[in-house]
Design a protein around this ligand. Structure first.
Ligand code: FAD
Length: 389
């Protein structure tokens, strides 16, 4: 279909990637974002090769490579510093045809935003979406400041707390607390922390601590620990909290906690979403976390938002049977892939964070027996399930 006007709600990874893909397909795209300044939540993100391939297709390959880390190896260690396994990641790159790029979220967001904002179209900030109406001819979106606009279709890329989700699904949908807290931030690489090209993951006692290389000589670090819902710890006390939770863990973990900047240490309770029965209603489609928020244990949430963007623009572009038809095809193409990954990530989160301590102990054993081939195959399978094989 040609000459469509498309409204996107939300200028996160999903909204911006969709905006770029749809503009590239030749459509008129307007993105509306409620905040006055686009500030990503969280410090880093790993864009696995399936996500990078979507960015490559949008002409952003060189730019993502510039901000990406050199992640050549992956290493699992116990909380007593026993080496569980060490995996060379280059065979994954050779199998799938593209390196993964762990990056700073701020840098990724600016890259996407700059690519979208050109002379003709810019993201409209301070535009809080409040409601939508649709009929067989089109959709109208309403905003808190009284503004309204109409288009052929609307994409809800409004994140994990999506306001449009209930409208699309037709009943209230609750998020599921994954029973653990995540802390994350960025730190300059130094040899006390670990090898600069290795993604290291310490696991033990149903917790984990990890450092992943991103561009410009920094590690994106994250910690996770099971916790009851509702704990709040102010930034000044977070370092102390980590010291106590990870007391006696190996020296790189101690050094990380000692040297991180507590004012830039994010702390959040992790939630996900049961797979939805539908992600499309007429001319409105959910995309990204609005459709399939996941626990971050496979590092695929943002990559899936990018895949959504690619598939949505592909189906709009290659049919002349109408918007509603294209969105239904988008839905049937995306539902199984995203539901499978959300449930896989949930299972992995339960295993990492000791939901059943016996299974977690078994997993620690299994890590020691896994071959490089096992890990390479598992990672490649997930990546090759994306739109660019
Ligand atoms: P968001 O990025 O949340 O963007 C939604 C946007 O919509 C926001 O800008 C918001 O302000 C705006 N908005 C909301 N409501 C309105 C409204 N009413 N009107 C206008 N605008 C609105 N994924 C990976 O691929 N790799 C990883 O390594 C990875 N690690 C993660 C680590 C953690 C700790 C977490 C929590 C997630 C991780 N993810 C990862 C998942 C990834 O962050 C998300 O899947 C991704 O950010 C989703 O993008 P989105 O555009 O759908 O939503």
């Amino acid at each position: 279909m040609n000459n469509l006007k498309i409204i996107i709600i939300g200028a996160g990874i999903g909204g911006l990637t969709a905006g770029l893909a749809l503009k590239r397909a030749g459509y008129t795209v307007e993105i509306y974002e409620k905040t006055s300044e686009i500030r990503p939540a969280g410090a880093g993100i790993s864009i696995w090769s399936n996500g990078v391939k979507v960015l490559n297709s949008l002409g952003l390959g060189d730019e993502i490579a510039k901000i990406g880390g050199q992640m050549d190896r992956m290493e699992y260690r116990s909380h007593t510093d026993k080496l569980f396994n060490q995996i060379n990641l280059n065979p994954v790159t050779e199998t799938v045809g593209q390196r993964p790029y762990p990056v700073s979220r701020t840098e990724l967001q600016s890259l996407l935003l700059n690519a979208f904002n050109n002379n003709l179209e810019t993201v409209k900030l301070n535009a809080q979406f409040i409601g939508v109406e649709q009929n067989t001819q089109g959709v109208t979106a309403y905003f808190a400041n009284g503004y309204q606009t109409s288009a052929d279709l609307l994409i809800a890329a409004d994140g994990i707390h999506s306001q449009l989700r209930d409208y699309v699904v037709g009943h209230p949908v609750k998020l599921r607390y994954a029973d653990y807290v995540n802390w994350n931030g960025l730190i300059k690489i130094n040899p006390d922390l670990g090898d600069k090209n290795t993604w290291v993951i310490y696991v033990g006692e149903g917790k984990r601590a990890s450092m992943m290389p991103i561009g410009n000589n920094r590690f994106y670090y994250f910690f996770g620990c099971p916790m009851a819902r509702g704990t709040i710890v102010e930034p000044d006390y977070r370092q102390r909290e980590l010291k106590s939770i990870f007391a006696r863990w190996p020296s790189p973990v101690q050094s990380l906690i000692e040297n991180l900047n507590p004012q830039e240490l994010n702390r959040l309770e992790i939630h996900d979403l049961d797979p939805l029965e539908t992600i499309v209603k007429g001319r409105v489609a959910l995309l990204g976390d609005a459709a399939h928020a996941s626990t971050p244990t496979l590092g695929q949430g943002g990559c899936q938002a990018m895949e959504d963007a690619e598939i949505l623009s592909r189906f709009l572009l290659t049919t002349n049977l109408g918007v509603e038809y294209a969105l239904k095809r988008y839905e049937s193409e995306r539902k199984e892939r995203t539901s499978t990954l959300v449930l896989k990530a949930r299972k992995r989160a339960d295993m990492i964070y000791g939901k059943d301590p016996h299974l977690t102990q078994q997993w620690y054993q299994q890590l020691q027996q896994e071959t490089e081939q096992d890990v390479t195959n598992a990672l490649s399978k997930t990546i090759l399930g994306g739109p660019f094989h």
